[in-house]
Design a protein around this ligand. Structure first.
Ligand code: ARG
Length: 595
């Protein structure tokens, strides 16, 4: 029976292929290849794996094509490697079908939801800070992109062995917070979220909008806001009471939204608690001459020209860390927040998931912390992401025209329910079940849509498109899962067992493609963790769903020719379901057995 009978893992197969390539390279050129760079060719008919020789070519001064031709000679086709073919700069390898299907399907079915995880993060702790709202306005679509990215990143890192601390910073004090407080104290008439029936964060947001409208008419309000901030920093009782009351309203609203979207946090940081530490840091830094007092009295940090260039007027750049009146700014609290995190945890990395309009802010923050001598400053990372627009333009909170997260979900969920009802021609699905399915579909649609491009790319959010069952969408993947679940339900009576499956019966091109997409999942997950890029997981999950659909359109499962083939195909699609579910759950998306 030989080697091919023994069940190998995907990793072992990759290792064995790499060894065969290494050996042949060594025999031909006497060179020990470190990284083989095994790849999955885009066209499975070419092979299961491919190797290119671009870097070796540079090293030994021969053309990649020539190397491929030579190396192929040294690889003996046999039980394990079925064929090796040189194609231009590539070497394409086909592995014994049975060995490959056995390895991939059995590993997935054995590991279940643990499949694809790796130990790269073992014994390392990372903090992912995400969402981080201000308490003067509700959660909007940009936050949902942030939250989707933050949760996905956290899940992916966890699957890769890291201990992840999901953190949130609440910017709960400052000028902007005082604006909604001022407006409410002036025109609120004792209204509350309860008395008006408005969700707490929306209620507070309403007063922020009101402030902006009033301030256009009456510029003096600006002065009043500054006075209010000074009172707040002095701990004035009345101001503090108002502040607490309004923030509590905001939190009640936020929590509801987090729960709906599945955003979770292990640790809360509040600007109101860290800004003082920030002030101390700046004052200490001033003594050590890392900062200086500017002419106008503000405490500033001079940004080194080599890194930051000059400003629009050709002046050297500086950044205020304290205002002239001594009150603190956004940067002040971030200095304090970062230091208090380093005191709370030993972290190998701190990832800030924050929009790209703050690239400069974080560059400055990291620079200052490193100048101040914090050794961990090098471990800080800004995972920045671009804007989300609606098809009709940017969302602007100041005019009150926000793409509000709660309304958005409701709207998409309504579309989804409509869609489900349309398909339920005989009205068999109970109403509560429709609502629950619509909820999962809507969340799947929104999160997938927000994660399906590189973080650096802008998004024009189109609710209807996000829900399409046909495109590059969450519902498409959820639907593939539900179809498999349906087939498995019908097969229930068969009670198949993968240890009995004869995978040598599989091997047509659709089966090979599906298998390849499954086999590639762990590598993509590992890269996603290393590059802080959930898109890799999303794309791979979609690829699996698509390969399943292509397979199922071309071949029957329960109606296959004989029982053995039925069993083998059932195990293959069962494995596909495991991977789709795993991939989606890493993205914070739920699957359903019926859709
Ligand atoms: N609350 C801020 C805003 O809405 C984002 C905070 C980001 N995190 C941080 N550590 N600065 O703009």
């Amino acid at each position: 029976m030989g080697e091919s009978e023994k069940k190998m893992t995907i990793q072992e197969i990759i290792g064995a292929v790499e060894d065969a390539v290494r050996e042949s390279v060594k025999k031909a050129y006497g060179v020990q290849l470190e990284a083989v760079g095994l790849d999955f060719p885009p066209d499975v008919s070419l092979g299961d794996f491919a190797v290119n020789f671009f870097s070796l070519a540079k090293e030994i001064g021969k053309s990649p094509a020539e190397i491929a031709k030579t190396v192929v000679e040294g690889i003996v086709a046999g039980e394990f490697v079925e064929s090796a073919v040189a194609a231009g700069p590539y070497l394409n390898l086909k592995i014994n079908r049975k060995t490959l299907f056995n390895a991939v399907c059995c590993e997935i079915l054995e590991k279940g939801e643990k499949f694809g995880g790796s130990p790269i993060g073992q014994k390392k702790r990372v903090m992912v800070e995400y969402l981080s709202p201000n308490t003067n306005k509700p959660i909007h679509l940009g936050h949902i992109r942030n939250g989707s990215l933050g949760m996905a990143m956290s899940n992916i890192l966890e699957a890769s062995g890291y201990e992840v601390v999901k953190a949130i910073l609440v910017n709960d004090r400052g000028v902007h917070i005082c604006k909604s407080m001022l407006a409410y104290s002036r025109w609120g008439n004792g209204e509350t979220p309860e008395s008006t029936g408005i969700k707490g964060d929306h209620f507070v947001g309403k007063w922020y909008v009101r402030y902006s409208l009033e301030a256009e008419k009456n510029p003096l309000l600006k002065v009043e806001v500054q006075e209010m901030l000074q009172k707040w920093e002095a701990g004035d009782k009345e101001t503090m009471d108002l502040w607490k009351k309004m923030n509590d309203w905001a939190y009640q609203g936020f929590n509801e939204t987090y729960e709906k979207y599945g955003f979770e946090f292990d640790k809360y940081y509040f600007e109101s608690e860290t800004y003082k530490l920030g002030k101390n840091i700046v004052e200490e830094g001033l003594k050590k001459k890392a900062f200086r007092k500017d002419k106008n009295g503000a405490v500033v940090f001079d940004l080194p020209e080599e890194e930051f260039g000059r400003d629009e007027k050709g002046q050297a750049r500086k950044m205020a860390a304290l205002r002239a009146d001594g009150t603190s700014v956004y940067l002040t609290q971030d200095l304090g927040t970062a230091v208090s995190r380093a005191e709370d945890y030993s972290l190998s990395r701190l990832i800030y998931v924050v929009g790209n309009e703050q690239v400069f802010h974080f560059k400055v923050l990291f620079k200052i912390l490193s100048v101040l001598g914090y050794s961990w400053a090098k471990d800080l990372y800004h995972l920045s992401f671009a804007m989300v627009y609606l098809p009709d333009g940017k969302m602007k909170s100041r005019e009150g025209k926000v793409v509000d997260a709660d309304n958005l979900l409701e709207e998409v969920q309504n579309f989804a329910a409509e869609e489900i009802r349309k398909r339920d021609t005989e009205s068999l699905i109970p109403e509560n079940e429709i609502v629950e399915r619509a909820r999962k579909v809507a969340l799947g649609a929104i999160k997938f849509y927000l994660l399906r491009v590189k973080p650096s790319q802008d998004i024009h959010f189109d609710p209807k498109e996000s829900l399409s069952f046909e495109g590059f969408t969450g519902p498409y993947c959820q639907y593939a899962y539900a179809r498999i679940a349906g087939i498995l339900r019908n097969a229930e009576k068969e009670k198949t067992d993968f240890s009995q499956a004869d995978f040598s019966l599989l091997g047509n091109s659709e089966e090979r493609l599906l298998l390849q997409k499954l086999a590639q999942f762990p590598a993509e997950l590992e890269k996603a963790a290393g590059e802080y890029n959930p898109l890799r997981v999303l794309t791979q999950t979609y690829e699996v769903a698509k390969a399943f659909s292509q397979f199922y359109n071309a071949h029957p499962v329960l109606q296959a020719e004989d029982k053995k083939l039925i069993t083998a195909r059932l195990e293959l699609i069962k494995a596909a379901a495991v991977v789709i579910k795993k991939g989606l759950s890493l993205l914070g998306i739920e699957v359903m057995e019926r859709m």
